[in-house]
Design a protein around this ligand. Structure first.
Ligand code: GZL
Ligand code: ZN
Length: 355
C-alpha cells in the first residue's frame, strides 16, 4: 500500500474514530440526559367513525394537517360510531400524555366526566364538527365546525321560497334525520320544523333517522314509501342518506326531481362532499344541497399554534359553507338579515371543486 494511501487511511480513521468518539461522547452524555428528537406536538384525535363521505374527508383533512413535516405527531382513533370507544380513546391519550386532544363527538351529551379527566391532566381539548353539551364550558378550549341551525334554516327557507315560486300549496315532506342527538341532526331538523311551521302550504308527515348512512337511508325510505303515497319532498340530513333514498324511490318506478307538480319527488340534502352528490344536482336527482365543509384541519392547527404561542384562540370558529341547486328558481335566501346566495351547479363548477 503506497505511503499516500497509508496517510489517507490514517486521516480517514481519525475522522471515523473522532466521529465515533463524538457519538461515543454524546452516547456517554445521553447516559445522563436523553437527546431529545425534534419535539413534535403530539395530538390525540378521537374521530367518531367512518359513516359518510363527509367523515372520510374530515379525517383526511386532519391527517394531512397533523403531519411530521408540519411538526406534529398524530395519534388517530376511530370510534366506530360509539361514544364508549371515544371515551376510551381519550383516556388512552391522557395516559400517553399527549399535548392536545381533538374530539369529533358522535353525540352532544355524556362527555363531562372524561373531559374533566383531561382538564385535570392539563391537556387542552379542542372539539371539532359536532358540539358537546357540558355543564362547564371550560372543559374544552375551543370548537371548530359548522353552524347547523343556520344550515337547517337555509334549507327550510329555500324549500319555502321554491314552493312559493312554483305555486305549490300542499307539499308533504318527510325528514330522514341524521344520527339522533348529533348537533348536525339537531340543527337540520330544527330548520325544517320551523320552515314547515311558518308555511301553511307544507305538511311535515314524519321524521325518521337514517343515521347519516346510505344503507339506513334506503331502508327507512322503502318503509315510508309503503306507508305514504303522497310524499312530495324528502329532506335528507346528509348526502349518503340521499343516495339510499333515491335508490328506494327509483326502485318503485317513481321519479326524483324538482318538478313536483308533475309528480316528481324532490330530494334536498346536506354536505356536498360526495362527488356524485354534486353530479346528482346537475342531473336534478338532488335539487338542492346545503354545503357542510369537512376541511377543519387547518383551523384546528391554527388554534394549536396559537396555544403554543401562549395566545388565547377564539372559543368558536366556523367554517365557510355555501348552497348549491339545480337551477336558479331560488337565487338566494335571507336568514336574520344576512343574504346567502345559491350557486347553480354546472359541469365547469364540478371540474374545479376542491373535494
Ligand atoms: C356534519 C357532520 C355530519 C355530516 C354527515 O358536520 O357531523 O356527520 O353532515 C356526517 O355526513 O356523517
Ligand atoms: Zn332542470
Amino acid at each position: 500500500m503506497t505511503k499516500k494511501w497509508i496517510i489517507a487511511g490514517i486521516f480517514l480513521s481519525c475522522i471515523v474514530f473522532a466521529g465515533c468518539g463524538k457519538i461515543f461522547k454524546e452516547k456517554n452524555q445521553t447516559n445522563s440526559e436523553e437527546i431529545m428528537p425534534d419535539k413534535y406536538i403530539v395530538v390525540g384525535f378521537s374521530q367518531l367513525g367512518a359513516e359518510s363521505d363527509w367523515r372520510s374527508a374530515n379525517t383526511e383533512s386532519m391527517k394531512s394537517t397533523f403531519t411530521n413535516e408540519n411538526g406534529f405527531e398524530l395519534i388517530f382513533e376511530d370510534g366506530q360510531q360509539k361514544q364508549s370507544n371515544q371515551i376510551m380513546a381519550i383516556r388512552t391519550f391522557i395516559q400517553q400524555e399527549v399535548d392536545y386532544i381533538v374530539l369529533a363527538p358522535v353525540i352532544e351529551t355524556g362527555w363531562d366526566t372524561v373531559l374533566q379527566e383531561a382538564k385535570d391532566a392539563g391537556i387542552p381539548v379542542i372539539i371539532v364538527d359536532r358540539m358537546v353539551d357540558v355543564e362547564d364550558e371550560s372543559l374544552y378550549t375551543a370548537w371548530v365546525g359548522s353552524d347547523f341551525a343556520l344550515e337547517g334554516a337555509r334549507a327550510g327557507e329555500w324549500i319555502n321560497q321554491f314552493l312559493q315560486v312554483k305555486k305549490i300549496d300542499n307539499a308533504n315532506i318527510v325528514n330522514i334525520q341524521g344520527t339522533l342527538g348529533a348537533s348536525a341532526q339537531i340543527g337540520r331538523t330544527k330548520g325544517l320544523r320551523e320552515a314547515c311551521k311558518a308555511n301553511a302550504n307544507t305538511t311535515l308527515l314524519t321524521e325518521v333517522t337514517g343515521d347519516f348512512t346510505q344503507t339506513k337511508g334506503k331502508e327507512v325510505m322503502e318503509s315510508l314509501l309503503k306507508k305514504y303515497d303522497d310524499i312530495n319532498i324528502v329532506y335528507c340530513e346528509n348526502d349518503n342518506e340521499a343516495f339510499g333514498v333515491i335508490e328506494a324511490i327509483e326502485a318503485t318506478g317513481k321519479k326524483v326531481g324538482s318538478d313536483i307538480a308533475r309528480g316528481d319527488i324532490m330530494v334536498i340534502s346536506f354536505d356536498g362532499v360526495k362527488k356524485e352528490a354534486m353530479d346528482y344536482i346537475l342531473k336534478d336527482k338532488i335539487t338542492c344541497i346545503v354545503e357542510c365543509n369537512p376541511l377543519q384541519g387547518p383551523l384546528v392547527q391554527d388554534i394549536i399554534l396559537q396555544l403554543e404561542a401562549g395566545e388565547i384562540p377564539d372559543k368558536f370558529s366556523y367554517v365557510d359553507e355555501g348552497m348549491y341547486a339545480h337551477d336558479d328558481t331560488v337565487s338566494s335566501v335571507v336568514i336574520d338579515g344576512v343574504d346567502y346566495p345559491i350557486t347553480v351547479v354546472t359541469q365547469e363548477l364540478l371540474d374545479v371543486r376542491a373535494y
